[in-house]
Ligand binder design. Structure first.
Ligand SMILES: [Zn+2]
Length: 449
């Protein structure tokens, strides 16, 4: 295969073992179809065909009134269809900006989404996507590509000058064979460590969007030292807990005392620290420090304590962490941006684009009466149980005279209350005199007029 943009080029002639090797227009490597102009049209075609075969089987088993439930179809869609389409997204995502590719993806997605919300086949993609609470496929492909690039540290599009918290590479971690065995002890009901030594309590806190971490060092019954740490506002409590643990272990390393007990109320942070294959940079640092402390011949033990049961040291660390979060004005001690934050940013961009398409699109006029904004709708639609009837109301595609007339199933689009008045969703809900009584009852029930 020759990859070039030139229209005229001399095709190379390759010979091997006396035979000519033919040039091909496309090749498939690891499931990704490459064509000689890198348009990826053929790749999109292949994955869409694959998924359409699946749709054929699914549509025989999921009907509006019976068959597979929408929940099952949704699971199949998110667990099978999306991953098949999004495979190798980072390689071919630029192709999704082409209209033809977008149309192709939309055609594939529409069928599945209609099944998920049990809507009529005439319902538009915009409408059914909104009711299903799903994003257009081309945006999902772009999301996957953006996240991949950011994790690799190639793109800084979303995060500006912030540095992403990168996972430690396997090369920089201890070999599993010579990693020190680590464990933590769970202390129930306010018990204290059975072994003597310096007790260091750690805690992390996120309040009013601000993040802090702290430690409180105790010799016997007296607090001898405290330390407050500030994290950037986009950091998570989990990062704060790990940072506090790291600081505590650092304290123990530089201390002249020989025995230390580190106490934390975050089980997940402790679990990550003792897991030798967890590659979170802070957890790796804690493990390395613990190893060094033990090599110095000192003893260090990790403990989990239950939070908010009145353990003095823990309460103190909690209080200090809150102070660190709210009152510290200096530059943050830790500012690595968590991947979860980046994910949220990428999702926000996609939702903005989706909302633009939805509000500017010419379809879904009835759905827009109920859900004028796609971003707001995205937060709530999945909490609504979508039944066939309610979907008919939300989409306007159902047993309404106007709809039946439009698709030539009924001669007259008017309502039975008055000839000449079109029967659509809005008429039935707001105006139609036939339902005055029911309307009155509902208004009474929900207390509005
Ligand atoms: Zn009427």
């Amino acid at each position: 295969m020759v990859i070039t943009r030139k229209l005229n080029y001399d095709a190379p002639r390759l010979r091997m073992g006396g035979g000519d090797i033919e040039l091909s227009r496309e090749i498939k490597i690891l499931g990704l179809t490459l064509d000689d102009r890198l348009t990826f049209n053929q790749h999109v075609d292949n994955v869409c065909r694959k998924v359409q075969g699946l749709y054929g089987q699914l549509s025989r088993a999921a009907r509006v009134q019976w068959g597979l439930s929408p929940g099952v179809v949704r699971t199949i869609y998110t667990a099978v269809v999306e991953p098949v389409i999004m495979y190798a997204a980072s390689a071919w995502s630029p192709a999704t900006r082409k209209k033809a590719v977008r149309r192709r993806l939309e055609a594939v997605q529409r069928g599945f989404v209609q099944k998920i919300v049990k809507a009529y086949r005439t319902v538009s993609l915009n409408s059914s996507l909104l009711l299903a609470g799903l994003l257009p496929l081309d945006l999902r492909v772009q999301e996957a590509a953006a996240l991949y690039e950011i994790k690799r540290g190639v793109s800084r599009r979303v995060v500006g000058d912030r540095e992403i918290e990168k996972r430690t590479s396997w090369r920089d971690m201890a070999h599993p064979a010579d990693g020190t065995e680590l464990e933590f002890v769970c202390l129930e009901d306010g018990a204290m460590p059975s072994e003597n030594g310096v007790n260091i309590f750690t805690d992390g806190s996120k309040l009013e969007g601000k993040v802090g971490a702290a430690l409180s060092v105790w010799h016997g019954d007296a607090e001898t030292k405290t330390r407050k740490l500030k994290l950037e506002n986009y950091c998570t409590v989990f990062q704060a807990e790990l940072l506090a643990l790291n600081e505590a272990v650092g304290c123990a390393r530089s201390s002249s005392e020989c025995c230390h007990n580190i106490l934390s109320d975050s089980r997940s942070a402790l679990q990550m620290v003792i897991n030798p294959s967890a590659n979170h940079p802070l957890a790796v640092q804690v493990r390395n420090n613990i190893k060094e402390i033990r090599e110095q011949g000192k003893r260090i033990k990790l403990y989990w304590i239950r939070a908010h049961i009145g353990t003095v040291g823990n309460e103190r660390a909690d209080e200090l962490a809150k102070e660190a979060a709210l009152k510290t004005k200096r530059k943050a001690d830790y500012d690595k941006c968590p991947v979860s934050f980046v994910k949220r940013q990428i999702r926000k961009d996609s939702l903005d684009e989706w909302n633009r398409r939805y509000t500017e699109g010419t379809t879904a006029s009835t759905t827009k009466i109920f859900f004028p904004n796609a971003i707001e709708a995205y937060k709530i639609v999945r909490k609504i149980e979508m039944e066939a009837t309610i979907v008919q109301v939300f989409t306007g595609h159902g047993g309404f005279s106007k709809y039946l007339h439009r698709f030539k199933c009924k001669e007259d689009p008017s309502c039975s209350c008055e000839s000449g008045t079109e029967q659509d969703v809005l008429h039935l809900i707001v105006d139609c005199p036939i339902y005055n009584r029911q309307r009155h009852d509902v208004e009474h029930e929900i207390n509005t007029k």
